[in-house]
Design a binder for this molecule. Sequence first.
Ligand SMILES: Nc1ncnc2c1ncn2[C@@H]1O[C@H](COP(=O)(O)OP(=O)(O)OP(=O)(O)O)[C@@H](O)[C@H]1O
Ligand SMILES: [Mg+2]
Length: 329
Amino acid sequence: MGIFCVTGWGKSSFVRCKVIPLLREAGYGVVVFDWKGDDYVPYADRLKARVLKLHEITYLGPESGATYIIKKARNFGFSSGSALLNNLEAVLTEVLEDASQARIASSEELRAYIESKVENRLPGVVDKKYLSLCLARFRAYFRRLDPRIFELLIEAGKKKPKEVIELAKEEGVVIIDLSGWEPEEKLTAFLTLAEHVWYKMNVLKERVGVAFVIDEAPQYCPYQPKGLQEETTRMIESLCALGRSYGLPIVVISQGMRGDIGINAAVRRNINTWFIGKVHPLDREEAQNMLPGVDIDFLQSLEVGHFYFYGNMCPSPVPLLIRFSIEGC
Ligand SMILES: Nc1ncnc2c1ncn2[C@@H]1O[C@H](COP(=O)(O)OP(=O)(O)OP(=O)(O)O)[C@@H](O)[C@H]1O
Ligand SMILES: [Mg+2]
């Protein structure tokens, strides 16, 4: 399902007030990804939703943890692929493996543990000529790291993806509060849950029974994905394709439909139910293609909370103009 209109014209409110209750009525649990933490989190009580913060659901194992630290430490000043960086990566991975065996439970403790163990082990793997340079760079960049990133490297107390999905099924609505983190961590948290449901559908052939609400969709699957967005875009595309057979409705919400401001074409092609309100001027042509019988100037004059509804879920063969009230939700 796709919901599109210019900023401030009621997309998130429509999803909160109408789409989530509808999905609940249809028997689905709902997982909402709240990019800024201010569209759904403040309404958690009214939605009877459980809020989980990004760090409560994200755990990076030793290998991805080492890659993550290196990325955050900007390669410790080395060029990527260099022998010194490879040595450092191998040591970091080993140390993170030991840390997970040692069941370290606080991020401060983990940080201190990694720093001292890496310093102890570097002399065993780095050529003497480069040792002091390597140690100096490691210390300098490591100490500049945001202490919070170590929260993502601790397994203890984390909700596993399976538990989050079960929680949504049992309790109804789970909001993932992504606020306060960089886009990269937000997308990683999304991928953690997405990979689990992908595995459930594609490998186990199990029904999911939970809907994903992806607000601010261009952050996850833009027209031209970059970096981690390439992974999230591919993932959303395959979730949409598999989700039809395995009970995983996907709701994407975006200000733009096409081009620079829009969502990725591969994801757009998978949308079969549309809600289109007043659109961005750059989307006039796309809106005209999608709504051939609708006067485009009239569409552009629609007030907040008005959408044209059409596609598989719409009972009418022509788009229906609908509006909704935000009272009581
Ligand atoms: N049906 C409605 N009736 C009256 N007011 C509404 C309605 N829908 C939304 N609003 C109000 O319009 C404002 C913007 O709504 P909302 O945040 O849902 O828009 P949005 O399209 O998601 O915006 P953004 O692109 O910034 O995410 C809010 O203050 C909301 O209360
Ligand atoms: Mg919004």
